[in-house]
Design a protein around this ligand. Structure first.
Ligand SMILES: NC(=O)c1ccc[n+]([C@@H]2O[C@H](COP(=O)([O-])OP(=O)(O)OC[C@H]3O[C@@H](n4cnc5c(N)ncnc54)[C@H](OP(=O)(O)O)[C@@H]3O)[C@@H](O)[C@H]2O)c1
Length: 329
């Protein structure tokens, strides 16, 4: 018998999440039946979508949604032998039983000197999101100028680096001086702290006086409205996320950007990485190759201890992380 600890959503978030919204539940798991495996979490991911999807897909008392990198510790399914590693969407839990249907084995021949935690980051969902946003949504071309916000985070840091690999000029914004220094280290051409500038319009114009061909938008809200004004004619926007509004209890109202979009003939596409799931195998190999060649730096912000999941999640929403926010059990 194994005891599984899980974090549940006690109460739907009202505004920014707080400690009392979460509670630990402990339950005994039965032995795996034929076809099943018992999994033990090694690394868990904390991501912005958990805040967004909690409103849409969860009810109070549910285990917090999420993915983790887990090890198979008992197996009655020959596809997943004991000791193998998988990515699973079983939520914020230390142990779980699976029939294998929703498990993704980590890439075969994962190099020993690369942390398996990257399967939740640059060589996992956030990396794929950056890659698909650039290639499938924006169709970014050599010589173009790209703007990315939340640029020092899991998705943003990959986006900027892939754009550099493709020979583009990259402008990034992030929320601290340490993050701006990190973006410079990654090779961003221009980077600024959106929290200390006096005018976003001026900062964007200074970084690229001729405007932007492409905008990879992770933030939404006011930032997007200002950035759209500085797109070039026929500019393209990949709407990846809108973290600036996820914690709102009431929808924000702002200027309406439709005349700008119309006038500049902009193309704006919202997307989820899952649209290109059929390409994941080949895409993960490319991300791993860039990582091994030193072209893709995969920084992580690791919080130790399963008991610190809520703190890690709230810290990520607050902007504590440089790179991918991860919890190591
Ligand atoms: N479409 C998809 O398939 C997909 C997949 C993954 C993620 N996403 C989206 O991509 C975005 C980034 O996700 P991620 O996993 O890479 O997270 P992340 O950037 O690693 O972490 C979130 C970051 O957002 C920034 N932030 C928080 N509140 C903000 C605000 N009010 N204004 C501006 N920035 C704010 C913080 O950085 P600062 O210090 O810079 O503020 C924080 O570090 C999110 O919108 C997420 O929902 C979409």
């Amino acid at each position: 018998m194994v005891q599984a600890k899980s974090w549940v959503l006690v109460k739907h978030f009202d505004g920014f999440p707080k400690d009392s919204d979460f509670a630990i539940k402990v339950e005994e798991l039965p032995e795996p039946k034929d076809g099943e495996v018992l999994l033990e979490a090694i690394f868990l991911s904390v991501d912005p979508y958990m805040r967004l999807f909690s409103k849409m897909h969860m009810k109070e008392g549910d285990v917090m949604i999420g993915t983790q990198l887990a090890k198979v510790i008992q197996s009655k399914n020959s596809a997943f032998p004991v000791g193998s590693h998988v990515v699973t969407s079983c939520g914020w839990t230390t142990h779980s039983i699976s029939d294998g249907k929703e498990l993704t084995p980590v890439m075969a021949d994962w190099p020993e000197d690369v942390s398996l935690s990257l399967a939740l980051g640059a060589i996992g969902m956030p990396g794929l999101t950056g890659l698909y946003g650039i290639e499938e949504v924006l169709g970014l071309k050599e010589g173009e100028t790209l703007l990315v916000n939340a640029a020092a985070g899991a998705v943003g840091s990959v986006v900027g680096q892939i754009a550099k690999i493709k020979g583009c000029k990259v402008v990034g914004s992030a929320g601290s001086e340490a993050k701006v220094a990190f973006l410079k280290e990654l090779g961003f051409d221009e980077a600024f702290n959106y929290k200390t500038i006096t005018s976003l319009e001026e900062a964007l114009r200074k970084a690229s006086p001729d405007g932007y061909h492409c905008f990879f938008d992770n933030v939404g809200g006011d930032f997007s409205n200002v950035a759209l004004e500085q797109m070039k004619h026929f500019g393209r926007v990949a709407l990846c996320g809108s973290i600036s509004v996820y914690n709102d209890s009431f929808p924000q109202t702002g200027i309406f950007p439709h005349t700008t979009i119309n006038h500049k003939e902009l193309k704006i596409q919202g997307f989820w990485d899952t649209q290109w799931k059929h390409k994941d195998g080949e895409s993960l190999k490319r991300l791993m190759a860039w990582c091994k060649q030193g072209k893709l730096q995969c920084r992580e912000h690791v919080t130790k201890g399963f008991e610190n999941m809520p703190a890690a999640f709230m810290g990520m929403l607050r902007g504590d992380n440089i790179g991918k926010a991860i919890v190591a059990v």
